[in-house]
Design a protein around this ligand. Structure first.
Ligand code: HEC
Ligand code: HEC
Length: 190
């Protein structure tokens, strides 16, 4: 990664830590490139990070920086960031408003997704409105394609650094039901 870009990111984190106003969009420009303005992704395979619980964001960012969660696209951006800088980024994105436009909801998928979620008690950890809590991510308003791919990954072969409890939760759920869940979550919650 270019050193001027790294310096810009470090400056952002320092500004957030100091409680200063975060000027948009230049300060988070690197993250915005992939995760969208304010962390609201418009790219199907890239997760939104707006409104995610700060603890979840912080954990994931540390794991990505350490290479425990392998994410080649992001690794260069994370390299060299201190824990304090990561905390500042996590706090910043946790307070960004979720601004999603998932397109029209399909009633059959919504009904099926709600039923499967109820059966799997997804709301017990992700909360009934799917906004997430602590180390448990927000699912509401997340990118549908990302959700489906991630659930298949957990169910079939969890990648290093990903939590194994999700494998147990999703075991045996067929592809069609995962697709319904992904559609339902992406259209639910604020
Ligand atoms: C080159 C593109 C790219 C850049 C730049 C980038 N990310 Fe990411 N990020 C991704 C992709 C792709 C994923 C999801 C990978 C996967 O698991 O499929 C991701 C995942 C994440 C996650 C985990 C989200 C979740 O729901 O599991 C967080 C948190 C995150 N990025 C934060 C950031 C922050 C903060 C920045 C800026 C410092 C940043 N990213 C810069 C592409 C990028
Ligand atoms: C026991 C608590 C628990 C339950 C129940 C649970 N989850 Fe999770 N879920 C988690 C945790 C913790 C993570 C973060 C895992 C990680 O760090 O890899 C997660 C991650 C996820 C993710 C990845 C989101 C992202 O942004 O990367 C999806 C999708 C998901 N869960 C879907 C579900 C569905 C669907 C159900 C119900 C069938 C469910 N979860 C039930 C705890 C739970």
């Amino acid at each position: 990664m270019r050193s001027d870009a790294r310096a810009a990111l470090a400056a952002l984190a320092t500004a957030v830590l100091a409680g200063g106003a975060v000027a948009q969009p230049a300060d988070t420009a690197l993250c915005t490139t992939c995760h969208g303005p304010g962390g609201n992704s418009a790219a199907p395979a890239v997760p939104s990070i707006a409104g995610q619980p700060a603890a979840f964001l912080e954990n994931q960012l540390v794991m990505i920086r350490e290479g425990l969660r392998e994410l080649p696209a992001m690794a260069p951006v994370m390299r060299g960031l201190s824990d304090a800088q990561i905390s500042a980024l996590a706090k910043h994105y946790a307070t960004q408003p979720v601004n999603y436009a998932p397109g029209p909801a399909k009633p059959e998928l919504m009904a099926r997704g709600a039923a499967v979620s109820k059966g799997g008690q997804c709301g017990s950890c992700h909360l009934p409105d799917y906004r997430g809590q602590q180390a448990v991510p927000r699912l509401g308003g997340q990118q549908e394609v990302y959700l489906l791919a991630t659930m298949k990954m957990y169910r079939d072969a969890p990648l290093p650094g990903r939590d194994t409890q999700m494998q147990n939760v999703l075991r045996g759920i067929p592809d069609a039901d995962l697709a319904a869940l992904a559609h339902y979550f992406s259209h639910t919650g604020k």
